[in-house]
Design a binder for this molecule. Structure first.
Ligand code: TH1
Length: 829
């Protein structure tokens, strides 16, 4: 009679985390049991992939037990939860991450050894989960790991794309996109959760059913339903303190097979609904910063937002809370505007489904939501045509109109009454057809809106969000991005980590501020020698990879100058390759002038539809083949483009870098996070005063970073004051020489027009101010070479870089979100 409505006995909360594995033999047997009983494979014929799966399944048992335990504690404590909604999670591999956080790496090496398997090969058998494009998706993955490490009860929500970011091959210098197929052999980390599935509507019409407090209650009758199918991946925190989950939705039809059609011989028609429904979770849009304007993209956004909100409300009600308490129990973070439709969906659920009064529903909604803006580039500010919204999400469009009317009325009451202010504040942009501004919806429906670096947040207040900021001066706040040190230091660079532990003690593994203790050792010759040895070993490993993949032999004692990130004009890979061409010309002119041997390493993908970015990839590859085969310069300069940049490749490249290229046009890179990964690993940065570079300079100190170029304010002026690229080209013989060589076909023999679109852009408009910054960049590169010659000074600066990077841990970032935005603490045990 005391049983709760569910009929389950309440019972004491039993700690579920499995007993620690005590011996290599125990662990070996657990792995072997998975191989035989879960996978049905034979130890003698098992492949690396088989061992990977067996090991992952054995680990998953342990992580899942932690996750259940963490969830029970969260519920029992009535603790607030965070929900991180993101269209991208760029997770990469999970094996070593899981082993590290469980402290089971050594044990696993030994256990696999006893089983006759090789740890390094087993590790390489795991495919990358590439469910993201670049920084935004990787940030979400770092944040999931940090939230677990800080024991902040968090659930990540996203889409389980069947095909992640495309695989890149370079054929004759040209990027070729191939489908990525991470799920082909199954995914041992995830667990299907059929009891969490729900159906998501699209299209149809709206029926009005009642009217209270002036707000109309409606019933939406969608024309189409798509089933959201839940898959959970447990995420374990550092030292297994806590585990959260990442819940990814895949799409399928509610009725996957029309049997009547099938029996009548219409095999395709019988499954057409399912094919159509599945397209929603089929593929990640390969767009970095520019949104894909397709209807399918809007479907993806609504699909995962609606499924996630359904899940959040279900959990809240199942735990016995009233909806009025939702803001006390749930903080919902929108990772950019991609899930911003969730704000309208929340209003719909509260008002139409649960009968909440409009104003109370709005209080609840704003209390739960907060929004992170990741870019101010105009082409990346999402807007959707009103006509499309009305067709696909008719009830949401009505709700947005009502929210907009309330918002504009409140603005008028605060004095923002002019037509131009009202037009600028409106959720509907009337300037190019009628379009819904998702950034405005996200801003208005959130209690906090954050930028991702100090500069970027300042620019938000001054530019794109200026008028909204005046209306809500306390809403915009800054949380500078961070990276998880577990993956980007401990796992990617075990040599350096071992050295840091030797020098600073174990505490450095738990508290990034301990890194500052290196400052006092920056001149220590013993430390320097060991650091040089670490870096050299990492460079040998990268050189081996380059040798295997490209057949290019690198000298590990050359300066490794690295530029890896998505290909985008504002990131200015073009500036770097122009400087490489000019350097090559200078070396050829005076081969014996005492040049510093350098390897320029590039990697990165271009969106398939971004012609100019693809052409820059071609230029880099064509320049590389000419320079690398020039006997005059071959000991002094090499250019390498490594194909298929992804998380796992970054883990190899970054610890081998001496110099980190962070050279975006100032004001355009919201933060950058690659910049942090390099500096943490002791590379020196050559960079503009953009994004988080500014804060990195403040922490590593200005003497230990190579800053050049126009500032964001100077860029803004330059764009207005009638500057023309010819002015810069004429003033710089080095730049003119490089552009001329490209235009003449030096790198495209027989086809001197191949790079005309690049040369023309540089000479005529140069929207990204490559020519304006060239001389300053080239001069900074000479400072780099000069410091490299002074070995003591270089390595002192390298130490001071690692020493200064403590504040860029994503634990710090998540701590700030928790305090300033989510109002949540870590779970006490
Ligand atoms: C990136 C920003 O360009 C980068 O500066 C920042 O460090 C990173 O986000 C994390 O904050 C962005 N990626 C995207 C991707 C899409 C749309 C907008 C942005 S901004 C699809």
């Amino acid at each position: 009679s005391d049983l709760p409505a569910s009929g389950r006995a309440p019972g004491p909360a039993v700690p579920l985390a499995l007993a620690p594995i005590r011996s290599v033999a125990d662990w070996r047997d657990a792995i072997l049991a998975k191989l035989v009983y879960a996978l049905g494979r034979d130890q003698r014929t098992a492949s690396d992939r088989d061992w990977f799966e067996a090991l992952a399944l054995a680990l998953r048992d342990r992580v899942v037990a932690h996750a259940l335990d963490s969830d029970n504690l969260t519920r029992a404590a009535g603790h607030k939860r965070v929900y991180y909604l993101s269209l991208e999670f760029l997770v990469g591999r999970l094996l070593v991450d899981t082993l590290t956080n469980l402290d089971m790496t050594g044990l696993t090496r030994a256990a696999l050894g006893e089983l006759g398997a090789d740890f390094e090969r087993v590790r390489a058998a795991e495919p990358d989960a590439a469910l993201g494009n670049g920084g935004l998706g990787r940030l979400a993955a770092c944040f999931m790991e940090s939230a677990a490490s800080l024991a902040i009860p968090t659930c990540g929500y996203g889409i389980r794309y069947e095909n992640g970011l495309f695989r890149q091959e370079i054929r004759n210098g040209v990027q070729v996109e191939l489908p990525e197929d991470w799920l082909a052999a199954g995914n041992p980390w995830e667990i299907r959760r059929p009891e969490r599935d729900c159906d998501i509507g699209f299209g149809g019409h709206v029926e009005q059913v009642g009217d209270d407090d002036g707000a109309t209650r409606c019933v939406w009758h969608p024309a189409e339903l798509v089933r959201a199918v839940a898959h959970d991946t447990p995420v374990i925190g550092w030292r297994a303190r806590h585990a959260n989950r990442l819940r990814l939705w895949s799409a399928r039809a509610v009725a996957p097979l029309r049997l009547d059609a099938f029996n009548a011989g219409d095999y395709l028609g019988a499954v057409a609904d399912d094919v159509r429904a599945r397209s929603v979770s089929r593929v990640l849009y390969p767009s970095d910063t520019t949104p894909a304007g397709q209807e399918l993209r809007l479907r993806q956004e609504y699909f995962f937002s609606a499924a996630s909100l359904h899940d959040i409300l279900r959990r809240h009600l199942a735990e016995g809370y009233d909806l009025s308490r939702l803001p006390d129990m749930a903080a919902i973070q929108l990772n950019d505007t991609h899930p911003a439709i969730a704000i309208a969906e929340m209003m719909r659920l509260l008002v139409d489904r649960h009968g909440t009064a409009w104003n109370e529903a709005w209080r609840i909604t704003c209390g739960c939501f907060s929004y992170t803006n990741h870019t101010l580039l105009p082409e990346a500010l999402e807007t959707w045509p009103v006509a499309l919204m009305e067709r696909l999400l008719p009830r949401h469009m009505q709700i947005i109109y009502r929210l907009n009317a309330d918002h504009l009325e409140a603005a008028r009451a605060k004095g923002a009454a002019s037509d131009s202010l009202q037009a600028s504040l409106s959720m509907i942009d009337e300037t190019q057809g009628r379009r819904v501004r998702m950034g405005t919806l996200a801003f208005v429906g959130s209690h906090r809106v954050n930028g991702v670096s100090a500069l970027h947040t300042g620019l938000m207040r001054e530019t794109v969000f200026h008028d909204l900021h005046v209306l809500h001066p306390d809403r915009i706040t800054n949380v500078t991005n961070g990276i998880t040190f577990r993956r980007w230091l401990f796992e990617a660079n075990p040599r350096l980590t071992g050295l840091l532990v030797d020098v600073l003690g174990d505490a450095v593994l738990d508290d990034p501020s301990v890194l500052a203790g290196l400052r006092g050792l920056a001149g220590d010759p013993g430390l320097r020698a060991r650091l040089i040895a670490c870096r050299r070993a990492n460079k040998v490993a990268l050189s081996n990879l380059v040798g295997e993949q490209l057949g290019i032999g690198l000298d590990p004692d050359a300066l490794f100058d690295v530029h890896v990130k998505r290909l985008h004009e504002y990131k200015r890979q073009l500036l770097n390759i122009l400087e490489a061409v000019s350097l090559w010309q200078a070396i050829r002119a005076r081969p014996a002038a005492g040049w510093v041997p350098r390897v320029k390493i590039f990697a990165g993908k271009a969106a398939a539809s971004y012609a100019q970015a693809r052409l820059i990839i071609r230029l880099i590859n064509d320049v590389a083949s000419v320079i690398n085969s020039d006997p005059v310069t071959s000991d002094l300069l090499k250019v390498v483009f490594l194909p298929n940049f992804n998380v796992s490749l970054a883990e190899i490249i970054i610890p081998a870098a001496d110099l980190s290229e962070q050279i975006s046009t100032a004001g355009m890179e919201a933060s950058g996070t690659g910049n942090m990964k390099f500096a943490l690993n002791g590379a020196l940065t050559i960079g503009t005063l953009d994004g988080a570079n500014i804060e990195i300079r403040d922490h590593v100190r200005a003497d230990n970073i190579f800053i050049f170029g126009l500032t964001a304010a100077e860029v803004a002026v330059r764009r207005l004051d009638g500057w023309h690229p010819e002015f810069s080209i004429v003033a710089s013989p080095a730049l003119a020489g490089a552009i001329e060589a490209i235009g003449r076909g030096t790198f495209s023999p027989g086809e001197d027009t191949r790079f005309a679109p690049i040369v023309d852009e540089l000479r005529r408009t140069d929207r990204f101010l490559v020519t304006a910054d060239f001389d300053s960049y080239a001069e900074a590169q000479r400072r780099v070479a000069a410091l490299w010659r002074d070995r003591d000074a270089w390595w002192r600066a390298a130490v001071l870089n690692t020493a200064g990077m403590g504040p860029f841990s994503s634990d710090r970032a998540i701590g700030e979100y928790a305090e300033k935005i989510w109002h949540v603490t870590g779970l006490e045990r």
